[in-house]
Structure formats: C-alpha cells, structure tokens
Ligand binder design. Structure first.
Ligand SMILES: *Cc1c(COP(=O)(O)O)cnc(C)c1O
Length: 352
C-alpha cells in the first residue's frame, strides 16, 4: 500500500444524475479539462458515456481527441482553446464543436479546404470577463464573417456562448444582458444559433434563467463544492475521490505517513487540518516533501491507512482550500500525476 487517489465511479454517476436533474431541461455538458479535474479523463469519460452523457467540454483539441477516442463518434465535444489554423483543421477533422472567440480564427476557417461536413462553430461573445471572446463592438463584423462561412457551406452556426464569473449575481446579470443582445443581433442578421450556453456549475444550479440549452458543469460533477458557498448536502452532490496514504513508521506520539507536498499536499496546510485514521481524526503536524507527520493513536501500526481528504475523510478538497484561500479545484488539481489513481467499482489501479 502507498499513497493513492481513489475515485468512486458510482458516486460520480450519482452526481451526474443530480446535475442532470438540476439543470433540466437544459442538457449537461460535462467539463473534462485538466484530465477531468485530475480524476483521469479515460475512466471519467467512459463512465459518463455509459451514464448517457452526450456533451463533453474538453478545453483544447488534444483533449477533445482523447475524449473522442473513448466516447465514440456520436459524442458532442466542445473545445474552446484553438491555437490557430492547424489546430482548427485538426478540430474540424475530429468533428469537434469549436468555440471561437477570435475573429482571426474565422479567417483561418475560411482559408481551410472546404470540410466534408460544415465546421460546427460556437461563437463567443465577450460579456465582460475579457478572457477571450468577440467584443460587443466587433460582434457585427464577426457575424458578417460567419454569415459568409455559413453561405459557403464551410460552417454551421451551432452555438452562441460566453463564460461568466459567477462571483456576483449583479455582474452575472449584466453579462447575461450582453449575451441576450448578442443573440438578438445574430438573429437579426439571419443567424439563429441552434444552442446557447452561458453557465457553469454555480449559476447552472442556482439560476434558472442562465441555463439556456446547455450548462457546462465541471466542479459539481466531481462533487467539488464552491469555496464559501453552499455545502454538498445542500447541492445534492458528494465528493467522488479521496487521497489516501499509509503509515510507514510509528513514534511515541506521532506517526509518519507516505504523502507529502511533492504528491500535491500544500505545505501551507501543515498544522491546520485533520485526516481520518483508524483511531479517529488526527491533526497533520508537518508536511515534508514525501511524507507527513500525523498525531498518533492507540495501537497505530505501519500499514494503517489514513484518508487525507475527500470521501470518508475529515475534510473535503474545498474544506482544505478554504484554509488557504483558494478553491477546491486547486486542491484536486494539485494531486500529482505520480500518485496512482484507483477506480471503484472493479477498476484497475493505474499509474498515469
Ligand atoms: C472550467 C470551465 C467550466 C466549468 O466550470 P465549473 O465551475 O467547474 O463547473 C465551464 N466553462 C468554461 C469555459 C470553463 O473554462
């Protein structure tokens, strides 16, 4: 035994059911960027496909192709980081849904050899985050370009989308106004998107008017609640994973376990949280590169297992995040790729 990241795929399936219920009648797009928030993209996509998830949010073309390989030809796979003409061509060839937030990419698309099937374009309006997206003052020009592509059979106007901060309802409301105005302008220009999508986990759960046709849900699908927000029971979700470690030696008042900051446990958490042990919750006294020191318990012995965080632990990823002013995703993403993932039910242990 040694340090492991355990992923309970049945718990994941229960979250998927819950997310689907919460965003209905909109569809759930499962966001799988960052190796499915470090849970391992292959197993996550395989189970999600078996559970009927048909939309995936894959971030970039490389990830999109990885999803395609597991999810099969019918899955809809949305990517929104396109690095230029070659990337765009690869995305079109893999039948991906392309999130385009840059006019230059429309030119790149026009310059491609006419694809066998029109490229599925989701045009992004910048509603205030300024990450990327077409600025409102350029929206009309972008629509004209898209119109030409649609007329030439090169593109289909599949979606209109944006991303919002989900930090304040008032800011999100302003963003939504810009979004709706962009859609009106498109319809007026003769371009009606088949789908609209705006919200991620938080607004998708809390605000019906933001759900549109699709809600891009990452965090809540994996049972990661928002820092400073509602708890898991209130949201109806559960953590799907746990970081576990093993006692390697026992001292007078403390034990050593084989997880440290090189495995992804932030040193700043030292002395600030408890792990679940066979003797009950015990405080983590020190975090070293490859081991930690934990308060001891009666009859502790080498080979005993502790749950550092997550399912059946004392703290969730977000509980730990709140101690050091970050978000649960950050704690999950830090779990090093050198930590083997183990999947239940009946999943193999896999080194990545
Ligand atoms: C990460 C991301 C999401 C998912 O956000 P969560 O809060 O994890 O649900 C949705 N849309 C975009 C564009 C993203 O980058």
């Amino acid at each position: 035994m040694s340090v492991e990241y355990r992923v309970d795929l049945d718990a994941f399936a229960r979250n998927l059911t819950r997310v689907r219920e919460a965003v209905a009648p909109a569809q759930h797009m499962l966001v799988v960027k960052d190796d499915a928030y470090a849970h391992g993209i292959d197993e996550i996509v395989r189970r999600a496909t078996a559970e009927g998830v048909s939309w995936f949010g894959a971030f970039d073309v490389e990830t999109g192709r990885a999803v395609r390989a597991v999810a099969g030809p019918d899955a809809r796979i949305f990517v929104w980081l396109l690095g230029g003409a070659d990337d765009l061509a690869a995305g079109v060839a893999s039948g991906l849904d392309l999130g385009i937030g840059d006019e230059a990419l429309l030119d790149d698309l026009a310059a491609l050899p006419t694809p066998a099937a029109p490229a599925r374009v989701h045009l992004k309006i910048d509603t205030g985050l300024h990450r990327n997206g077409i600025r409102p003052e350029r929206w009309g020009a972008a629509l004209e370009r898209l119109s030409d592509l649609v007329a030439a059979g090169t593109a289909r106007f599949e979606g209109l989308w944006s991303h919002i901060a989900e930090a304040s309802d008032a800011d999100d409301d302003d963003a939504r106004e810009i979004f709706l105005a962009a859609r009106d302008a498109a319809v007026e220009a003769g371009l009606t998107p088949r789908l609209s999508h705006l919200a991620a986990s938080a607004a998708g759960f809390a605000r019906a008017s933001f759900r549109e046709d699709l809600v891009r849900v990452g965090a809540f699908s994996y049972g990661i609640r928002p820092a400073g927000g509602p708890g898991e029971p209130e949201l109806g979700i559960e953590p799907i994973s746990a970081l576990t470690a093993t006692v390697t030696s026992v001292g007078a008042d403390a034990v050593r376990v084989d997880v440290g900051h090189l495995h992804g446990l932030p040193s700043a958490l030292q002395g600030r949280f408890s792990v679940a042990t066979p003797g009950g919750p015990r405080r983590v006294l020190a975090i070293e590169p490859t081991w930690s020191i934990v308060e001891g318990w009666t009859d502790a012995e080498p080979g005993d297992e502790v749950t550092v965080f997550g399912r059946e632990g004392v703290a969730s990823a977000t509980d730990l995040a709140e101690l050091i002013d970050t978000i649960g995703e950050e704690i999950a993403l830090r779990v090093s790729s050198c930590v083997p993932r183990r999947y239940t039910p009946n999943g193999p242990r896999s080194a990545r």
